[in-house]
Design a protein around this ligand. Sequence first.
Ligand SMILES: [Zn+2]
Length: 491
Amino acid sequence: MHWCLHSASASLRWGVMEGLLTRCRALPALATSSHQLSGYVPHRFHHRAPGRGKRLVLSRMFQPQNLREDQVLSLEGRSGELTCKSQRLMLQVGLIHPASSGCYHLLPYTVRAMEKLVRVIDQEMQAIGGQKVNMPSLSPAELWRATSRWDSMGKELLKLRDRHGKEYCLGPTHEEAITALIASQQTLSYKQLPLLLYQVTRKFRDEPRPRFGLLRGREFYMKDMYTFDSSPEAAQQTYSLVCDAYSSLFDRLGLQCVKVQADVGSIGGTTSHEFQLLVDVGEDRLAVCPGCGFSANMETLDLSQTNCPACQGPLTKTKGIEVGHTFYLGTKYSSIFSAQFTNVHGKPSLAEMGCYGLGVTRILAAVIEALATEDCIRWPGLLAPYQVCLVSPKKGSKEEAAAELTGHLYDHITEAVPQLRGEVLLDDRTHLTIGNRLKDANKFGYPFVIIAGKRALDDPAQFEVWCQNTGEVVFLTREGVLELLSQVQVV
Ligand SMILES: [Zn+2]
């Protein structure tokens, strides 16, 4: 696909917990036989009452940073410039860290958000019959020469040679690779069609001037799906099916995306649409008709056009970030590689293809562009790296007596609301005031921040609950908290 998206995929979810368990497992080796004979239970085991050993505490985690804008600028190095809100905020709170021009380390919170996004994508793609594959990033030059894209894509292809002098590129997209793969399948029958294959992998694009953080980098994550059908009509149905799945995905994330007519660019084919998230920083200029809903990328229109081509009403101009792109390819690639299936008459027939991209790392940055305030990140509920942050009282404060309550509330939540296991953080930095930690929590955008403040000493205890995505602040008893949190959807 034709653009530029990023990410990473390590399972860091239980990092803190595993660290804890590793230390615990090391302990029995230290216990002497006399301890074992006397029934001695090592200290840490003793304290691992159900749930307690699993508490995720902020002070032990890879700390998100909290940098000033000038500190962030120096991070970006020589090319140092902050080009948009998501780049600045993601650097400031330690979601990403620059590695080299257009390449970023994705830090633990970001990886968690990305893993959740990939789970939602998997659900939507598998609901329409998608099967997941994983193709190499190293893509042999001969495939790209066959379609002439080795030259036509020019310097955007990141090219390299191996020790034998064989040429490759680091794939920005995989039309060539997947079509050659399908061509190699001798037994593909019409009965297996439509075939919907997709992957979520790193892509590479040698941007002349990387900018906007994760929005336009040189290395990024993309979900790319390729579909194979037995006829143009069937392929159009599949095209609609995938477009609907994209709309469903963005709906579930609570994002306002419009599907616009788009240019086919270097991918080719005859029909193409973009899914655009409407935000001011968007690099794409769009024309939308409020009258009939027509919408198009301005690239596809005559620049002087001010009226809707469908209903002649006036067009509104707006800006968007491209987060998805779909192409109906016909036999453009299958004819080059002879990607065939056996048709109903037992004869070989060229597959009708489509390809469909989602910018995975780009979506993460785009949602921050769309939802964050100037200072505070906001996540779609499903993508929030952690759902709940519990703030315990400051050490030495009047409320300190409620400290234990906070720990108990943590255990109650993870026992009573199973989907929140691994989703609750305890901000145990009790040398800081509640106010300072609330400010941090607000910045990181946990959907629920729960504070044990003055009213935690009431009988029964009342917790102050900040619902970040609705802006509400409510006081709830333990039962109230559990009831509220039991509604939370986690992917
Ligand atoms: Zn119109």
